[in-house]
Design a binder for this molecule. Structure first.
Ligand SMILES: [Fe+2]
Ligand SMILES: [Fe+2]
Length: 185
């Protein structure tokens, strides 16, 4: 639940941002597959699911507030080559890591909003990994190569993202291995 308007607004904004990220990663994933980057497509598909988890967490943390709100959220636009799309993906993740989630978290802590603190924390942890994975993918794609991955594990509770492994226990939310969804080609 959420008590304060400012944190409620930040939850809605983050919900909007994550929802848009989910959609554009689906589109950019299709584009990567069309260009022959099957594993980059897999990465986009898996990370889209992590953003869906985050959007759901923010929505749930806001569950006690009903109504119709105009939601302002940053979102990257553009459908270019996979290299260009990865520039957008990196920019979006870095904004969340460097500015959005640290600030939203501070406000939520100041306001004693424990559900929002948890939801923002889960997202911030995952987005750091996403930013790194997209940076690595862009390097490969710019050399004309696909990334070398077999499968991606995503925690359905917090969106924690792991390449080619599934932890016994999620290091972010503590849930067991069974809570991970596995994405493979
Ligand atoms: Fe992300
Ligand atoms: Fe988790």
């Amino acid at each position: 639940m959420v008590k304060n308007d400012m944190t409620a607004q930040n939850l809605r904004s983050a919900y909007g941002g994550e929802s848009m990220a989910y959609q554009r990663y689906k589109v950019w994933g299709k584009k990567a597959a069309e260009e022959g980057f099957e594993n980059v497509a897999l990465l986009f598909e898996a990370i889209a699911y992590a953003e869906e988890v985050h959007a759901g967490n923010h929505f749930t943390a806001h569950e006690n507030v009903d109504g119709d709100f105009l939601v302002a959220s940053g979102g990257e636009f553009g459908l270019g080559t996979t290299s260009e799309n990865l520039v957008g993906a990196i920019a979006g993740e870095e904004f969340e890591v460097e500015q959005m989630y640290p600030t939203y978290s501070l406000v939520a802590k100041e306001q004693g909003e424990s559900d929002a603190v948890r939801s923002f924390h889960y997202s911030l942890e995952a987005e750091q990994i996403h930013a790194k994975l997209y940076r690595e993918a862009k390097e490969k794609v710019d050399q004309g190569e696909d990334i070398d991955i077999e499968f991606v594990s995503i925690c359905e509770v917090c969106g924690h993202t792991v390449i080619d492994d599934t932890p016994e226990k999620c290091p972010v939310c503590g849930r067991p291995k069974e809570k991970f969804h596995i994405f493979r080609k």
